[in-house]
Design a protein around this ligand. Sequence first.
Ligand code: MRU
Length: 346
Amino acid sequence: MNTIEWTPAGLCLLDQRVLPAEEVYRTYTTYEAVAEAIRSMVVRGAPAIGVAAAFGIALGVQSSVAAGENLPAAFERICQTLAATRPTAVNLFWAIDRMRRKFEQAVADRLAGDELAQALVAEAQAIQAEDVAVCRQIGRHGAALVPDGATVLTHCNAGALATAGYGTALGVIRAAVEAGKQVAVYADETRPFLQGARLTAWELMRDGIPVTLICDNMAGHFMKLGRISCVVVGADRIAANGDTANKIGTYMVAALAHRHRLPFYVAAPISTFDLTLETGAGIPIEDRAAQEVTHIGSHCIAPPNVAVANPAFDVTPHELITAIITERGVAYPPFTATLRQLVANA
Ligand code: MRU
């Protein structure tokens, strides 16, 4: 399955809003359309958002070159449009910064026109390819933590769909299975956007990995019954002290895991670290439309005009996290020291 593909016709995205009922691929030819695809969750998941934004920038530069626009001004406008799509996943801003460095380098090297546009396409392709390699490394490091015969609880979708391929949390599960371990998964449905029910269950079933779908409010019950061995989730932004923003409901799962003395692992690339923030208190939390809560698909399940809150993410405090699995190895507490060490090990 190709979540994101650069084609001669433009950027092709698998529409994650309609999975698993329909497998629809849409092609985007402007940076504004890519921005809208990110905002409306055609493509979602922190690393995938970063990759899509990088290609969006490449598309924007291609058309600015064709239109003979002032490139530095156009470049800033393109970056600002893409940066304004979703605030929480830091991978978006990481990818934009990387594309900006490439643009500045290309200009300094006196590249212009099609050559400059092509340099930006190549950089977006490099970000995409590196993300798959990074996910595989996360998987290798994380697989060692998953015992043979384990049942892993996961929340949201941190799989191939949420990355350029293979996944972070699901990458750990895939790598454990590839290492010959028997692993089963409990997938939280993940209200309100249902990434667990619609995407994680679909992805794992396609790979033949045993998955049981549960409602979000069933996790504590199954932990108490001893059916869960550990929890593995992805991340959207990790502060310097290890506080981790991930899909709304992750904090609840972490608190339950702590209550039941179960390991709670976060699997994420270094590009998800935001060491400029000392703690998770500074992480911006996206608020999304009330309709995601009041409706399932087009069906309304709530009284008209009810007040609704819909934060898309929460922050799990570092003291509830057993370890953070990255492409450079596994970080254990105290995260303030170990996360910086991983970054320094470049
Ligand atoms: O709102 P979403 O679907 O973009 O949220 C996705 C998550 O919270 C994922 O767990 C996170 O981005 C990690 S994806 C490897």
